[in-house]
Design a protein around this ligand. Sequence first.
Ligand code: GUN
Ligand code: ZN
Length: 457
Amino acid sequence: MQTVSGSELSHSTARAVRGSVFFLTDDPGIEPDPLDYYEFYDDGILVLGDDGHILDAGDYNQIVAKYRLSVSEITDFRGRFILPGFIDTHIHYPQAEIIAAYGEQLVHWLEKYAYPAESRYADIVYARTVSRFFLSELLRNGVTTALIFGSAHKASIDALFTEADKLNLRIIAGKVMMDRNAPDNLLDTPETAKADNEALIAAWHKKNRIQYAITPRFAITSSTEQLSIAGQLYHAHDDLYLQTHVAENLNEISLAKKLYPTAKSYLHVYANFGLVGPRSIFAHGIHLTEDEFDLLAEKKAALSFCPTSNLFLGSGLFNFNKVHQKNILLGLGSDVGAGTSFSMFQTMNEAYKVVQLHQTINQQSGNKALLTPFKAFYLATLGAARALYLDNKLGSFLPGKEGDFIVLNPEATPILKFRMLNTQSLAERLFVLMMLADDRSIESVYIMGRRWHEGNI
Ligand code: GUN
Ligand code: ZN
């Protein structure tokens, strides 16, 4: 790798930013225009405290008067949208280099592409270089918080957290636990995984804005002893997360059944070790049964819907309708490198299409739950914050929330500009953004009120 993007934050905290301020205040469900669930100020302003938290958001004229703001204190983004930063609830940082790898489905894709790539992260210098690139790529796409898989190496997580901490990012990540059914150089043991996790938790969990996630890759690559240790760790510390994969692919599910023949279901494999609960996030869940959906709802655990990955690996179509009916906590995930884009817009775009297709294929279900633009933006902001139990800090512009926000140019490309001329409502403009926008629409990114700058190192 020759040059890799690095980045830094500007020194001073913004006092206020002016533009079209938009954020969700609650789950809009599937109502096409859910007035009571969002705030929108066409000529709006966001005011920040010295510590980078949100002080207020609202109509420009009212707020300027209330805070006696002078023009020099306001950064003018008129013509742009100002939104809470996006949250990606499932992504693998050591897979950025294999995004768009041709021709395989899950199990072979792991063997052919993911495991060889991840084996390079024993090297902390390499891991740091890629961490910098990866975090820049998240930020370029307006993703200010993510729940991240590392590799099996402790070094990979030390490197990622070191770089994230420099940027004061709120991220959650963990070392992958795998003690079987993977290449030898990626295997840990229940004991080494325990020691590595404990060291990482002691060094990083709740340090500044960083949090730790216990990360058994999936049931296929962890023994009962290892899942048991994962359960002990998950319960041993406050506010720890648990992230893993479930019911993504039919071959994977039959393998899980063979390896855990007495478990009632795939999700019950995890539940039997105490791994299903608040702050546990399960990626995919495409082929879950009714009982498994009920278990997620009952335990207040979350799913991550990763449409670009599910389409790319031919895994199947996520049952958004069911998740909506059962009121299961939900966020969107890019799942890079099986996912094909870091962009939350592109993730929303494919999520919409997956929901459409699922409906076509399951005509008999009767319930028509489309992914509305309000719901899509909810899932990428406040909904994800709720799935991660971080909605007291992130996801909206209510006073006291952390000042991570993005400035979107709704006319960043010729087709966006042309199409926007032909929109009548906020719902339409949001929908056009979710279908057509990408990183080119992310004009500025602020972390705790400080503007992020991309650079070269
Ligand atoms: N299941 C287990 N590991 C992985 C992974 O790295 N990517 C995806 N998409 N599914 C998985
Ligand atoms: Zn994944």
